[in-house]
Design a binder for this molecule. Sequence first.
Ligand code: NAI
Length: 321
Amino acid sequence: SSQQLSFKDQVVVVTGAGGGLGKVYALEYAKRGAKVVVNDLGGTLGGSGQNSKAADVVVDEIKSKYNGTAVANYDSVNENGANIIKTAIDNFGKIDILINNAGILRDVSFNKMSEKEFQAVIDVHLNGAFQLTHAAWPYMKAQKFGRIINTASPAGLFGNFGQANYSAAKLGLVGLAETLAKEGFKYNILVNSIAPLARSRMTENVLPPHILKQLGPEKIAPLVLFLTHHSTKVTNSIFELAAGFYGQIRWERSSGQIFNPNVNSFTPEAILNKWDAITDFNDKPFNKTQHPNQLSDYNDLITKAKKLPEKNEQGSVKVES
Ligand code: NAI
């Protein structure tokens, strides 16, 4: 038997909630009792124009269909991000959950990408998330509670043809989330990233219909709600989800090689000789791969490197655990 995850009296800001994934999140939070700020600039996929209708339609649906509580906001996340948080404070008195979801695309192969096309995408995704989070942070810190989701993308984790701007912004959001998770932990501010794939105006012209059919945006929302519930302990993590699959992504460090402090060690030739060991991802008895998630995960390696004997014919030795 499972309990119902309620969001009663929680105040949620969802950016870009006038359509696509953000709209589904806003509806789901409202259905479960949250008070929702539905932000959307209402522009095109490329980020031009604006229209209050996108956010208004979602607020109307929350009120009329689910008897829920919501307020619309039409600001651009990267031009007036702080005002979106102010909308939550002015209307509902606090901010508990922030979903950084707004985004645009300016796909073009790198050689043809102008600085403007690069900058515009970084601005909306990454600077937008900065502005919202920076405005929400003092409230979350003071109340010792906060839940934040940054929306990354498989394109950010792995790269994708024609999306240099977008993938840079998306992996930037992961880095931002990883640091905020560390700074927020003692204040019970938990921060995670999601890399979704879903049917929306972003994907409907690039993926084939039989794939799109599987990619309902309602399959993304459950993890977002779970990760932002007050009972969750999860932080500093990246999740990949699409078509009903939910999984976690993490960093992996190869088992690697520590070089002896010897005149022949720290040379390009020594690297060449040991390339297979440096890039070995198979666990060895004395030499394990690792899944680092903080800078201090280096300490162990640095300590081991320091302990190696000064002289070694081969110029290197295996890391012994
Ligand atoms: P969408 O285009 O339907 O939703 C994005 C929303 O953000 C739009 O309603 C748009 O008006 C709004 N928006 C754009 N610029 C804004 C700004 N400056 N201020 C406020 N609102 C703004 O697309 P979708 O698919 O729902 O995207 C949601 C998020 O998920 C985006 O961050 C996207 O990059 C990300 N994502 C989506 C994937 C997919 O497969 N659909 C894959 C990976 C990531």
